[in-house]
Design a protein around this ligand. Structure first.
Ligand code: ADP
Ligand code: ADP
Length: 226
């Protein structure tokens, strides 16, 4: 099975703006896939639909064979989302934010604590576990959202511009972490408007512009054409 299959995906926002005009996309299990495109191309809209934060206008979406229209709970269980905006409660502690995620996915409390410790450690945030989220730097907040997204151990991790506003040192360590997670078998899809990020991380790439996929290729092939 494929991790993701999208067919004829369309999104028209209220007011009539067509953000997606028939997107087709296949991401194989185990892949590290980049959705690359300029601002306004439709990347966040695509991700929003897959994670059921945005309603689609038309088209089919399947996640590990589960249909977004009829098997929404299975779809949600398989996806971990790292959105672009910081959408956690800034007054909660790092540990609370990660462990509280367990409730949405039926992860038992003890297991949630174990996993929180594991991921916060791997992401260099364990020492900050009792700090309120609002005291963290931007890069730490981004990593906090990654730890939160992994708590239910999804098979597909989706990140929307994961290193936006993160400095180069930290960006490298986030890249290392994501590569490690991918090698452990988690399929990763990230959006970026930044080719170097896709180049370092990704095996396959889709280029989106004005709501359409204009190229779908391997990173190798793309680079040999530049
Ligand atoms: P990207 O993530 O590639 O920058 P988006 O998916 O965020 O692109 O946006 C695609 C287009 O849809 C943009 O032109 C954007 O202004 C528009 N758009 C996004 N969200 C909304 C909305 N809620 N209502 C109307 N238009 C929107
Ligand atoms: P509150 O806003 O009171 O902290 P919410 O119910 O909005 O609580 O959710 C807590 C956090 O978990 C929010 O940041 C929310 O975006 C996130 N969240 C909720 N449901 C999901 C989900 N299915 N996948 C990923 N994150 C989620």
């Amino acid at each position: 099975t494929n991790a993701l299959e999208i067919k004829g995906l369309r999104k028209t926002y209220r007011g009539g703006f067509e953000a997606l005009k028939g997107v087709d996309l296949v991401v194989q299990e185990g892949d590290f896939y980049a959705l690359l495109g300029p601002n306004g191309a439709g990347k966040s809209t695509t991700i929003g639909i897959i994670s059921s934060l945005v309603n689609k206008t038309a088209g089919d979406v399947k996640v590990f064979g589960f249909d977004l229209d009829t098997q929404i709970n299975e779809v949600k269980q398989h996806i971990g989302l790292v959105p672009q905006e910081f959408n956690f409660n800034q007054f909660e502690t790092v540990l609370q934010i990660v462990v509280n995620q367990a409730g949405y996915y039926g992860v038992p409390r003890d297991l949630a604590k174990q996993r929180a410790e594991k991921y916060l450690n791997q992401l260099g945030l364990w020492e900050k576990r009792n700090d309120r989220a609002r005291t963290l730097s931007g890069g730490m907040k981004r990593r906090l959202m990654i730890a939160r997204a992994l708590l239910h151990e999804p098979k597909l991790l989706i990140l929307d511009e994961p290193t936006a506003g993160v400095d180069i040192e930290l960006r490298r360590s986030m890249w290392d972490f994501l590569t490690r997670i991918n090698k452990q078998g988690v399929t990763i899809i990230l959006t970026t408007h930044y080719l170097e990020e896709a180049e370092v991380l990704c095996r396959n790439i889709g280029i989106i512009d004005k709501g359409l996929i204009i190229e779908n290729t391997t990173m190798k092939r793309l680079l040999s054409q530049l």
